[in-house]
Design a protein around this ligand. Structure first.
Ligand code: MG
Length: 241
């Protein structure tokens, strides 16, 4: 019996350690009990391009486009932001695609506003869907789920900090003729399964801190380093047309 007891005790200790590092949310006032239930992880469907399978950062580079991504791989198929810059996929995308991303933000009760679990998912490296701890707020266009400075989410669908969440993003690149943009990008976003943007036109060519590349060219999926240890897992993309 002794080895079993030891293994169980070690398990509890590890779980306790993980919790201590990422934040104990027992003092967070929950709007509803499911806000502390992790979103169910969704397997990549047939035809998906797996961008992050949890085993390596292969296929990801630093924002300079050259160096191997410097973020941290953790047990459980997770990558965590490490200060020193954004990372992005080597692959570039255009046309219409569906992107699935799972993420969670640390509990930072002493931090405020944009300093609280900030990261972001940039489509084509240019347009940010904000990642932030915006739990319980009346969401603005710079809160979690916001298309940064362009559109606030229709509803706040956030889970509590430290809890796994998901984005399912249907993105269409700008339309171009003869190298000139004729139609802006547009996007529909589901946050934890709730529609928070319905075919929103993104009229700018990039949002704050996005890649300022030609909007008529393909671009990567870029994840933002905003100085907070935000975590990601299970990222995949389905090209549509
Ligand atoms: Mg951000």
């Amino acid at each position: 019996m002794r080895p079993l007891f030891t293994a169980t005790a070690a398990c509890f200790t590890l779980a306790g350690l993980a919790l201590a590092q990422y934040g104990d949310i027992s003092d967070v006032k929950l709007a509803k009990p499911e806000d502390k239930e992790h979103v169910k992880s969704v397997e990549p469907p047939k035809g998906a391009i797996v961008l992050f399978d949890g085993k390596s950062l292969d296929g990801w580079v630093n924002r300079n486009g050259k160096d191997k991504a410097h973020w941290k791989l953790l047990d459980g198929g997770i990558m965590e932001v490490v200060k020193g810059g954004d990372i992005m996929t080597e692959k570039k995308f255009d046309g219409t695609f569906k992107l699935h991303v799972e993420f969670r933000v640390p509990y930072m009760p002493d931090a405020k506003g944009q300093g609280r679990g900030n990261s972001g998912v940039y489509l084509q490296g240019r347009y940010e869907v904000q990642v932030l701890d915006s739990y319980g707020l009346k969401s603005q266009n710079n809160d979690c789920g916001g298309i940064y400075s362009v559109a606030a989410p229709l509803v706040n669908a956030c889970k509590a900090p430290t809890i796994w969440q998901s984005y399912d993003i249907e993105f269409t690149s700008p339309q171009c003729e003869n190298g000139k943009k004729t139609e802006p990008a547009h996007v529909t976003v589901y946050h934890n399964g709730v529609k928070i943007h319905d075919d929103v036109k993104i009229k700018v060519d990039y949002t704050t801190a996005g890649l300022q590349t030609d909007p008529c060219t393909p671009g990567p999926i870029l994840l933002q380093d905003h100085g907070n240890p935000v975590q990601y897992r299970n990222i995949w993309l389905v090209p549509m047309k």
